[in-house]
Ligand binder design. Structure first.
Ligand code: F0G
Length: 345
């Protein structure tokens, strides 16, 4: 029913807030028993790629855009590694206002770029990384009076808390371990706030440990060092200076959690594992979660039987290029049955 309707009583909505709705949220929480058994944990995955624009961004974007309309904004603007721009463009199109997106040139997965363009956003490719594009977008928003819909917009984070609420409602409790990819660090901050809400409302009795996974080449939080030139195949989380660093560090510390790094190779291997052993195709950044679990498991640091939820933040179809460069090719045959039976053997 869309997050504004499903959770409206807990969101900052007034009679003047338009109930924007693309039926975002209420995404599946799927048990991954084959992989869970292998790791010795009870594993579930939240399939955020099932949102209307194919990523978790829609949860927050719906409220950010509704509030922009309520405040009379003429247009929305964002910088993005791809998914925020796809989501902003989709919601702007839905409500009929212009959308401007700044992308790091050449570093956005093809599907995400196609989305922003087909939804009708004005797409600007910046010769610089995401962190620089974000600074520019913030200045542009101020200069032109556009609504800024990156996660510096507080409505984004507030509405992204709905992911945590849904998990608790599905499980009837919070997981023991919450494992999530971290880029600009808004989502881990939102989930932690969401779990704490549910505890303070008496709906759950325990809180999860928050485990944030970063790509090795873009890991300012895991290493505690700034990362001026982030690089990773998981372009969604190719971020060196996370805006929500402070709240993310608090989430990990308060929850007894941690940050972990994974290599690009580990990410790609986890992506194959998820697809071939669970039937779930998620984009590389999302698969950093499973890569992190595998790494912790090898290090003997995964508590046996822990109820573990990974957030698969984006759909695998957004980034076919990373897949096609390493999977096999179709077997080509003519149109004879002989050749087919031979191919099937
Ligand atoms: N996973 C995916 C698929 C993402 O697109 C992002 C962020 C993250 C994880 C990290 O979330 O930033 O809240 O820590 N993508 C942003 C974008 C930066 O522009 O689409 P975060």
């Amino acid at each position: 029913m869309g997050v504004l309707k499903r959770y409206g009583e807990h969101l900052p909505i007034s009679e003047r807030t338009p109930l924007v709705n693309l039926e975002e949220g209420s995404t599946p929480l799927v048990r991954l028993d084959r992989i869970g058994d292998e790791l010795g944990i009870e594993l579930t995955a939240k399939l955020e790629g099932c949102n209307p624009s194919g990523s978790f961004k829609d949860r927050g974007m719906v409220l950010a855009v509704a509030k922009a309309l309520e405040d009379g904004a003429r247009a929305v603007v964002c910088a993005s590694t791809g998914n925020t721009s796809a989501s902003a463009a989709a919601y702007a199109a839905h409500v009929g206002i212009p959308c401007y997106v700044l992308l790091p040139s050449g570093k956005v997965a093809l599907g995400k770029l196609a989305q922003a363009l087909i939804y009708g956003a004005k797409v600007i490719a910046v010769e610089g990384n995401f962190d620089r594009a974000l600074e520019m977008a913030r200045e542009a928003a101020a200069a032109r009076g556009f609504a800024m819909v990156n996660s510096v917009n507080p409505y984004r984070i507030i509405s992204q808390k709905t992911g945590a609420w849904e998990i608790c409602e599905s499980l009837g409790r919070a997981p023991d371990l919450h494992v999530i990819p971290v880029g600009n660090a808004g989502n881990i901050s939102a989930y932690w706030a969401g779990y704490k809400d549910f505890k303070s409302w008496g709906k759950i009795s325990s809180l999860p440990r928050m485990i944030g996974i970063q790509a090795e080449g873009a890991a300012p939080l895991a290493t505690g060092k700034p990362c001026p030139n982030p690089e990773t195949i998981a372009t969604a989380i190719r971020i060196g200076n996370p805006v929500s660093a402070r709240t993310a560090l608090i989430a990990a510390a308060e929850s007894g959690g941690q940050f972990e790094t994974v290599t690009d190779e580990e990410i790609l291997s986890a992506q194959s594992m998820l697809a071939s052993r669970a039937g779930v195709f998620a984009e590389p950044a999302s698969c950093a979660t499973l890569a992190g679990l595998v790494k912790l498991s090898h290090a003997g640091k995964l508590p046996k039987g822990a109820k573990t939820t990974i957030i698969l933040t984006g759909n695998g179809l957004k980034d076919p290029d990373t897949v096609m460069s390493r999977v096999g090719r179709p077997i080509k045959i003519g149109d004879s049955m002989e050749e087919l039976l031979e191919a099937l053997s």
